[in-house]
Structure formats: C-alpha cells, structure tokens
Design a protein around this ligand. Sequence first.
Ligand code: ADP
Ligand code: MG
Length: 251
Amino acid sequence: MRKISNPPTNSPVVSLKDVHKSFDKLKVLDGVDFEVDRGEVLAIIGRSGSGKSTALRCIDRFETIDSGEIVVCGHRVNDPKLNLRALRQDVGIVFQSYNLFPHLTIEENIILAPCSVKRVGKAQAKEQAQQVLAQVGLEDKLHQYPEQLSGGQQQRAAIARSLAMQPKVMLFDEVTSALDPELTGEVLKVIEALAANGMTMVMVTHEMGFARGIADRVVFMHRGRVHEIGSAAILTSPATPELAQFVGTGL
Ligand code: ADP
Ligand code: MG
C-alpha cells in the first residue's frame, strides 16, 4: 500500500481512500478506493445508480463526503481548509450535457474562466482559446454561439473550455451519452488524442469498446463499491459474476 506521505512526484494524481457518501438514508458510496497515477487513463464503468457520477463529483468537491479521504493533485479535498479555487484550477470536468453558456460565443465561453479565475489577460486568453479550439478541431467556430454548433461540436467546445484552464487532470462523465451515435466518434477522438498526449484522466463511460481501447485501468462500480479493478482485460475476462453480467448485457 502506498502511503499518503510519499513525496509529491510519486503520489497519485487522484486518490480515494475508503470514501463513504450517503444522500439521506441512501448509501451511494460504500468504501470506495482507487488511485490514478500521472498520465493514466482510468475508466469507470457500472450500472446506472452504482455511484459513478457521485464518485467523480466528489473528486472535484461538487459533493462532500461523509468519511474517508480524497487527495487530488496534493489538495486534501475533504479538508475544511481546502482552497477550492486551487482545486478547481487543477481539475477539469466535462459532463454529459455540454453546459456552455448559450448567450456567449465559443470564444467568450472559453476565455471566461481564464480571465476571471486565473486573471489571464484578455489578449493572451484569446490566443489560448484558438489553441485549445485547434486541439479539438474547432478553430473556425470561435465567434459562433453554442446553438449554431452540433451536439458533438458543443461537447468538443466544452472540452476545449476545460483545457483552457490547463488542468492537471480531466474528469469526463458520460460525455457522449447525450449525443446521436454518429456524433460520438468525433468526441471520443478528441479524448483519445488528449490521452495520447499524456493527460491524466478519469472517465465514466458506457462505451465499452472505447474503454477497452483507451483505458490503462478499469474500475467496475457496483452498489457503491469498487467491485473489480484492473487492466482493460477485466472487460473480456471478468472475475465476478456481476461484471460478467454487466459486460454481457451492457454492450
Ligand atoms: P451513476 O452515475 O452510477 O448512475 P450516481 O452517482 O449518479 O450513479 O447515483 C447513485 C445514486 O445516488 C442513485 O440512486 C441516485 O439516484 C442517487 N443520487 C445521486 N445524486 C443525488 C442527490 N443529489 N440527491 C439524492 N440522491 C442522489
Ligand atoms: Mg452517472
């Protein structure tokens, strides 16, 4: 077992230890443990309601935990003295629905946080917006409004907006599940390129083929626990009947 006192360079980027979380009487996370190392892609899979989104949201402190410990990029997430702003600078999160501000252009959406949170100058932020949009293949959409873009393009713009904050880790929560099937490929390609560039990421996904291709490790959540964890090989040779059933019926 790795100790939390390891020097920062060796520490995992994300670490959850015995994390418990209930909503009223509903136990949603029941002792969750996993770690994500620098440059690693961790895919989280599991049935609807198994606690995947909640686990992800706890990493970015959108939810607080009842007990256990979460450390992200050196931030002790459940410490009352947490610098939330510093945590949010290090962690980018993209949800199922794109959450772009509809009344702002793509460029305005992208420069908003760098200018207001990081106090980057407007000219520099605009330059950066061009770079991140090029990264997701949308360099020509700078001055368009979200509604002028397809769902896949909006999701890529949302990823670009996160990248503009230069996060150390990216969290993706079923980012393709609201999209028409023909639009998922372009979004997955962007995520694949980020992974190839060494971005550390935690990705909740129901795209089994994608998880198999991209994930260094896979976590299978079941009833608020990490039921299986291992390389992508667990998807083809599950050790538990629950995962076997999930991959059998979930494809
Ligand atoms: P998953 O992402 O695996 O589908 P979630 O983490 O979203 O699962 O949800 C796990 C359980 O917690 C579900 O039963 C869900 O209804 C419940 N839940 C999630 N968020 C809340 C909330 N804010 N308040 C009450 N119950 C919630
Ligand atoms: Mg979910």
